[in-house]
Design a protein. Structure first.
Length: 435
């Protein structure tokens, strides 16, 4: 039996404290050099019984390099959390758009931000406990780890019963919204590959840390995109420290999202970096097929994406049957075959047969270089709202024709009726078995 470590940590701050330094400017922590460091504080360092961190100094520890905001400041940033700044809602919080600059806090770069207010109320039995732990994990990981493909955590608020996280604002939102919203035309093939490469680089960075990190909740809704479709991993509330030294895995409570979790993790609670690789395989499959990991609206045999699509992944003669029909054939045939083979490997039932995320990155980057894609324009629809003569809000779409290989756009605004039109483009390991 392999060596294992049990991860059963508890939060050691049920009440939050202000920094002990009376200088308000000191709430911005000092930088701690390179983001990849053996000196990184882990969850065990924070919450272990022999922790060297005191409760009073935890939240203002300078190693985290974060701003500690007050609720009054965040109310100002978001115009008192007005509805017009509402961005969306997740399982444990509501997100609002805001804006910060040096007038709010010296040293702050002027920029739009996403302000996530954790919801500690509700009927879920451990909701409050999870809320504390989620904030703790976000601060520990994103406060220390910096990478081009991890969302930047700017700061947080832990005041009375309020728990709020402040991130950089990502213009295009999350991948789930872009990939699955019914009124939008398909994301182009090269854009999908670019997103996959960026997300893979984020996971590879976490796994290759001297103190590795297991993300544990890799899914489309946790992949945020900037204006250029650069992918960044967000929401580290379920992340945990990975095995170190002779350890082969950590054992923890099974948490995550249906349809993405690795089978060995679901059945045993054993968690490794290969658990993340499996989840990446699911997302890659979603990018290929344009289908959700679980979709109860489909026929029973097709509701679970892996069960439906996996038999096609290594059958090159039938692969086109599961490719996203919205792509309308405008993708690299060779690239699709190799991406499907990679997804099949990531989804291996045996974790040791899955590739590392570093190998995944190398494979996907090579696919970006293939040039056997049929050239044609696609229609990208940008949702907006306008008011009609009676003042009623009507849904609109801005239709933009774009050649994937060019920079030019032509656009016009169209008001849609109750039945939306479908916009179409102008052109139609050796010895391992993945069961």
């Amino acid at each position: 039996m392999g060596v294992m470590r049990t991860s059963n940590w508890r939060p050691n701050f049920l009440h939050c404290f202000k920094p002990t330094d009376p200088n308000p400017d000191s709430t911005k922590s000092k930088k701690n050099g390179a983001s990849s460091s053996s000196n990184r504080i882990s969850l065990l360092d924070w919450s272990g019984p022999q922790s060297q961190l005191s409760v009073m100094s935890d939240l203002s520890n300078p190693v985290f390099n974060l701003h500690i905001f007050t609720m009054k400041e965040l109310q100002k940033v978001t115009s008192n959390f007005t509805r017009s700044n509402y961005l969306g809602e997740g399982g444990f919080g509501t997100v609002f758009k805001g804006f910060v600059d040096a007038k709010l806090r010296p040293g702050l770069e002027p920029q739009p931000v996403a302000v996530k207010v954790l919801d500690l109320d509700g009927s879920q039995g451990h909701r409050e406990w999870l809320g504390f732990n989620m904030l703790q994990a976000e601060v520990i990981f994103l406060g220390q780890l910096k990478h081009d493909h991890l969302v930047n955590l700017i700061g947080y608020c832990c005041e009375n019963e309020q728990r709020v996280l402040v991130y950089e604002y990502m213009e295009r939102g999350n991948l789930e919204h872009l990939l699955f919203r019914s009124y939008a035309a398909a994301l182009p093939w090269l854009t999908r590959l670019k997103i996959a490469v960026g997300a893979a680089k984020g996971l590879a960075f976490l796994h290759e840390e001297e103190k590795p990190v297991i993300y544990r909740d890799f899914k489309t809704s946790n992949i945020l995109l900037d204006s250029e479709y650069n992918a960044k991993l967000s929401d580290f509330g379920l992340a945990t420290d990975g095995p170190e030294g002779d350890e082969t895995h950590v054992t923890t409570q099974v948490m995550g999202t249906e349809g993405y979790a690795a089978p060995e993790y679901v059945s045993t609670g054993h968690l490794t970096t290969m658990s993340d690789v499996f989840s990446f395989g699911v997302v890659l499959l979603e990018l290929l097929t344009g289908r959700r990991s679980v979709d109860k609206k489909l026929p029973i045999r097709e509701q679970v994406l892996i069960k439906w699509a996996k038999p096609f992944l290594k059958d090159t003669q039938r692969l086109d049957q599961i490719m996203d029909p919205r792509l309308e054939g405008q993708y690299s045939i060779e690239g699709a075959k190799k991406a499907a083979a990679l997804a099949h490997q990531c989804l291996s039932h045996h974790d040791k047969c899955r590739p590392t995320m570093t190998k995944v990155v190398r494979t996907l980057e090579r696919l970006l270089e293939l040039n056997d894609i049929s050239i044609g324009f696609f229609v990208y629809i940008v949702p907006s709202e306008v008011k009609n003569e009676k003042g009623c809000v009507m849904k609109c779409v801005e239709e933009k024709n774009c050649d994937e290989h060019k920079n030019g756009f032509e656009g016009e605004l169209k008001v849609e009726g109750r039945r939306r039109k479908r916009h179409r483009s102008s052109k139609s390991k050796k010895g391992c078995s993945s069961s």
